[in-house]
Every structure is written in structure tokens, then in C-alpha cells.
Ligand binder design. Structure first.
Ligand code: DUC
Ligand code: ZN
Ligand code: ZN
Ligand code: ZN
Length: 485
């Protein structure tokens, strides 16, 4: 079998840093050690050999707000690989009333073009007996063990507390992990209507309509509901101190709650919405919106302290033309920003180079923690013999300025335009296939495979101590008084 050896680099994992060569055969890592030989040699001198990134949160070719997100599984995964990310987890999104299994079929069809491996989360956008029953098939037969709930997007994707509690209990039975988009959709809808009525219709009003408190409230509510349902919880795109605070408090009380800041929220702030140019501001409209420096600091601290575990993108890319659907009414601006190819270089530049994160923490939050939480470790997220050869050979000396012209993403701008990056892939390997070589993109459409994820056996054991104390028990009594006296 043809072998590839990554030679002369320093292996960096979530817990170790050491000099070693890494040998790859048949798409997996077969040997790690000194002086390895092989058919093809990749020179990693001066580089860090790390597990390829996993982006746990993307929306590729997703029908949303009257259009489709522009990056599909081909351009999206090409963008991912160019920035060192070797696996994406996308959301299969049934429209309300649609079968979950039908939605998976749609996502199966779209994803045949993927350049790197991928997995799916299932969105619960409505509730009923059919959904209850299909959830079991999704977990048992479709390899999907995570269910996303939108607490916002009222009248479209939003589920209420009744539906969410029902679905969380079902997740607990099935060994599945619920995810939440935590914003109070009722309050957002009222604020949107009020802002429009006052003539506040520009993209800046998008941010006014989604203050940090709507996120803090919803995050705390979802955590409490998850605890009552007896299931852990994963909070997507944690963007505010209030949401982070709720997650910290829950973890301190023994609950398994995970928080996922986005690279956008870590590095871009709400001053973007004050820009004089409508297009500039609208291109940055996403939910939750960018926040101020206080919230950014909180997110960075959470990553360092371990109260937030994962950095994602929520990659959901719309062109300027699509953003202009919302001229005159900010509620019609398609929500979403890109970030797939910039997540790792931006986090390295703003995290590792600045000293906010160690290299090992960088690997943990971009790959290993995600693989563990989503139950694909150590197939993914590891430099270990037997693991998939999803590897990034990271050159800390490579520099570039981010521009839309040089990006892989199919849209016409980049929210990180002009940022100076230090640290980029010299090579990216996806199951052994070299897809970035000395900065040159050599992806192969259709190379990516679906990664099935098993249910979690620990889910039902994850109750907090509060649950045990308040578990209802019927009290045995004597001397019951006659009624009506
Ligand atoms: N937020 C976005 O900005 N886009 C896609 C969905 C979401 O929750
Ligand atoms: Zn969301
Ligand atoms: Zn300008
Ligand atoms: Zn999302």
C-alpha cells in the first residue's frame, strides 16, 4: 500500500507537543515516531502536525429566509480544507411539517459533492407523533445523535418550550444530545416590529432587535429544561457574557452543558453595524449579532478556562445581492456570515499568537473537544495510530491578508477582509489525500464521506444533583382528612 510520511514536524495534540514523523496508509495513521520512511514525503520542517479542524456548525446550501445559502458542499468543504478544517457537521433542516427522513435524503443528495468528510445534525423544527417516532430511526439507523432546536425565528423554525421539553426527553431516551439556538424568539419578534414601526429599518436595527439579554434568558431556560428532561445540552453560537454565565453556572452545578463561540464573535464587534455603507453592515447580519468587547473578552476567557469548549463558524454565506433582499426592512436580510476557511487561521492569529490560547488549547477547541462531544473521537480529532489521517501541517510563519478575491468561498466578500493572518496550512490531508500542498488547493470533489455517529451511552446518567433532590416521589400518608370539611 502506498504510504505518505509527514517528516520533520512537531506533533501538537490537545495534550502533547513532541517531535515525530507521522505515517499514513490507506487513509489512516499507521505509525508515529522518529525516522519513518515512505513512498511520498511531505516536509514538515518548522511546522506543527495537528488533527485537522472540525467545524461542528455549518449551513451549506440551506433553504433559509426565502433563498439558499450560497456555499454548497463543494465550495464549502473546499474552503474548509484550504483553512485546515477536514470535517464539517451540517444541519439537516426539515421544513415544518416535513419528515425528518426526507430531510436527511435531501442532505444526502447535496453532500455527494463534499471534498472532506462530514456529518449531520438534525433540526427539530416542528413537533408531533411522526417526529417522535422518526427520531428513533434517525439515531439508530442514520448515524445522527444530535438534534438542534431553534428558540428564535418565530413563525418559521422556532419551537416553543412545550415542544422543546418533549424533544429533550426523547433525546434522553435515545442517547442523543440536544442543541439549541438560544434567543428568545417572542421578544425578538416584538423588538423587530417596534423598531420597524419607529422607522428603524437599517441593518443596525438587526443588532438592536437581538440584545444579549434575549440570548442569556433563552440559554438559561434551555439549560433548566434540559436538566428537567435529564439530558446534557450543547448551546450553539454562544456570543454573550449572559449566555456564558448561564453555562458556567450549570457546569459548576454538575451539568454537562457545552458552549460554542464562533470565530466571528471572537474577532469582530458590533461597531461593524455602525458602518456608513449599507452593504458592509448587512453582510455582517447574523444571529446572534456581533457584540461589544466586553462580551468578546468573556468568550476568550471561557475558552481558556474551559467553560466554553468549541470554536465554530455557523458558516451560512449569502452574496451581497442576497443581503439586499432586506433593503428597507432589516428583518428580510438573510441571516448569516461565512468563516469556514478563516476559522483556524483567525483563531491562531488572534488566539495563539497573542498568547490567549496555548497550541494545545487551539487543537482542543478546533478539533479534539468537538470530536469527543459529538462522539467521533478518536476516529476524528486525534493524531493516533488507527485514527483517520485528517491532518493539518501548520506553518506558523506563513502570512497572508484575507481578501474575497483569493478565497474559496463562492460569495463576493469576506467579513474578515483586510485581516493580517500569521499561521496557515502548508499541507491539509483529508483521509490521507493531500488537498492543500504548499498553499495550492488540490481538493477532489466527492472524496468526502458521511461520518455516522453513535448514540451516547452516558446521556441518562448526566442528571444534575438538583434533579435527584427534586425527583417527584409520592409521599405515603395516613390520617387523610375527609374532603370538603
Ligand atoms: N443564524 C444565522 O445567522 N444564520 C443561520 C442560522 C442562524 O441561526
Ligand atoms: Zn443558530
Ligand atoms: Zn466604507
Ligand atoms: Zn447555525
Amino acid at each position: 500500500m502506498a504510504s505518505t510520511v509527514i517528516k520533520g514536524g512537531t506533533v501538537v495534540t490537545a495534550d502533547l507537543t513532541y517531535a515525530a514523523d507521522v505515517k499514513v496508509e490507506g487513509g489512516v495513521i499507521t505509525e508515529i515516531g522518529p525516522n519513518l520512511t515512505g513512498d511520498t514525503l511531505l516536509d514538515a520542517t518548522g511546522c506543527y502536525v495537528m488533527p485537522g479542524g472540525i467545524d461542528p456548525h455549518t449551513h451549506l446550501e440551506m433553504p433559509f429566509m426565502g433563498t439558499y445559502s450560497t456555499d454548497d458542499f463543494e465550495s464549502g468543504t473546499r474552503a474548509a480544507l484550504s483553512g485546515g478544517t477536514t470535517m464539517v457537521v451540517d444541519f439537516a433542516l426539515p421544513s415544518p411539517g416535513q419528515s425528518l427522513l426526507e430531510a436527511i435524503q435531501m442532505w444526502d443528495n447535496k453532500s455527494t459533492r463534499a471534498n472532506c468528510d462530514y456529518s449531520f445534525h438534525m433540526a427539530i423544527t416542528w413537533w408531533g407523533e411522526q417526529v417522535f417516532n422518526e427520531m428513533e430511526t434517525v439515531v439508530r439507523d442514520k448515524g445522527i445523535n444530535t438534534f438542534k432546536h431553534f428558540m428564535a425565528y418565530k413563525g418559521a423554525l422556532m419551537v416553543d418550550d412545550d415542544e422543546m421539553y418533549s424533544s429533550f426527553k426523547r433525546c434522553a431516551e435515545l442517547g442523543a444530545l440536544p442543541l439549541v439556538h438560544a434567543e428568545n424568539g417572542d421578544v425578538v419578534a416584538q423588538l423587530q416590529a417596534q423598531l420597524l414601526a419607529e422607522g428603524n429599518n437599517g441593518p443596525e436595527a438587526h443588532a438592536y432587535s437581538r440584545p444579549a439579554k434575549v440570548e442569556g434568558e433563552a440559554t438559561n431556560r434551555a439549560i433548566m429544561i434540559a436538566d428537567m428532561a435529564g439530558v446534557p445540552l450543547y448551546v450553539v453560537h454562544t456570543s454573550s457574557e449572559q449566555a456564558h454565565e448561564a453555562i458556567r453556572r450549570a457546569r459548576q452545578n454538575g451539568m454537562r452543558v457545552y458552549g460554542e463561540p464562533l470565530i466571528q464573535h471572537l474577532t469582530l464587534d458590533d461597531s461593524e453595524y455602525g458602518h456608513h455603507d449599507w452593504d458592509h453592515a448587512a453582510r455582517r447580519v447574523m444571529s446572534p449579532p456581533f457584540r461589544n468587547k466586553k462580551h468578546q473578552d468573556s468568550l476568550w476567557h471561557g475558552l481558556a478556562a474551559g467553560s466554553l469548549q468549541v470554536v465554530a463558524t455557523d458558516h451560512c454565506a449569502f452574496t451581497t445581492e442576497q443581503k439586499r433582499y432586506g433593503v428597507g426592512d432589516f428583518t428580510k436580510i438573510p441571516n448569516g456570515t461565512g468563516g469556514l476557511e478563516d476559522r483556524m487561521p483567525m483563531l491562531w492569529t488572534y488566539g495563539v499568537v497573542t498568547g490567549r490560547l496555548t497550541m494545545n488549547e487551539f487543537v482542543a477547541v478546533t478539533s479534539t473537544n468537538i470530536a469527543k462531544i459529538l462522539n467521533v473521537y478518536p476516529k476524528k480529532g486525534a493524531i493516533l495510530v488507527g485514527a483517520d489521517a485528517d491532518i493539518v501541517v501548520w506553518d506558523p510563519k506563513l502570512e497572508k491578508t484575507i481578501t474575497a478575491e483569493s478565497q474559496q468561498s463562492a460569495i463576493d466578500y469576506n467579513v474578515f477582509e483586510g485581516k493580517e493572518i500569521k499561521g496557515l496550512p502548508r499541507f491539509t490531508l483529508t483521509r490521507g489525500l493531500v488537498s492543500v500542498e504548499d498553499g495550492e488547493i488540490k481538493t477532489r470533489e466527492g472524496h468526502g464521506e458521511f461520518v455516522a455517529r453513535e448514540p451516547f451511552h452516558a446521556v441518562n446518567k448526566a442528571l444534575s444533583k438538583w434533579k435527584e433532590v427534586t425527583a417527584p416521589r409520592k409521599v405515603q400518608r395516613t390520617g387523610i382528612p375527609a374532603s370538603g370539611v
